[in-house]
Design a binder for this molecule. Sequence first.
Ligand code: NAD
Length: 256
Amino acid sequence: MKLDGKVAVITGGASGIGYQIAERFVEAGGRVAIADVNMDSAQEAASKLGDQAMAVEMDVTNEQAVNDGVDKVAEKWGSIDILLSNAGIQIVHRVEDFPFEEWKKLTSIHLDGAFLTTKACIKHMYKQNSGVLLYMGSVHSKEASPLKSAYVAAKHGILGLARVMAVEGAKYGVRSNVICPGFVETPLVKKQIPEQAENLGISEQEVRDNVMLGRTVDKEFTQTSDIAELALFLAAFPTNALTGQSVVASHGWYMN
Ligand code: NAD
């Protein structure tokens, strides 16, 4: 699977899954724009990846910042071939305790971010008559979980947007697919474990054993590198047949 100079915008590319995918895309011959709200981390990530990477300051909830950032990448490298809409956060509360401001913050980063970056990128892809949209969903695009109403709602919404884009993008040669990881060892999940334990009144070990990681934690914990292989497969797939799909990678923790 090769990317041969293809240009990818990766939101939330400075950390975790997004960074690992950026690294894999560069290895496969692609060029990556690390688009992140945390510019220091984005610059550090881009400098580790060398000439095939650039850093772009982008808060995905800010339409102007998204449009300017995507246009800057297109100006530098001449096209936008791949979008990985990946920026995300996690906040856990029971619904009755969920502050509305936190609900709006989470759903805006995930869902508004996916919408705004899609809109900015398809402007270039439709002119080129080609492109790949990749969305970072989750097993929570398909199933519920206590405490994660905002996240589950946003991840279900991303699946809906991606499916619409498969339909609307088809006549422009644009494919749209969703990556649905289970629990992946990243800063986001490490922060979530103690919060979930406190909210449920159980130990962190019980969260690991019973609530989150269940069947896989002591055997195999999905790694960012597993998700990067899937992202490359979806990005580099050689025909337009693979579109409108959501692929779960969770070591069997969740099955469709
Ligand atoms: P992470 O915390 O390591 O990385 C998230 C990145 O998003 C950070 O670099 C952060 O600065 C950036 N970001 C946050 N808000 C932003 C904004 N407004 N604009 C631009 N960038 C912003 O997290 P991760 O675990 O790598 O998660 C990445 C994606 O994968 C998320 O969408 C998450 O929901 C999804 N996911 C993660 C897991 C998991 O187990 N880690 C499982 C399923 C899905």
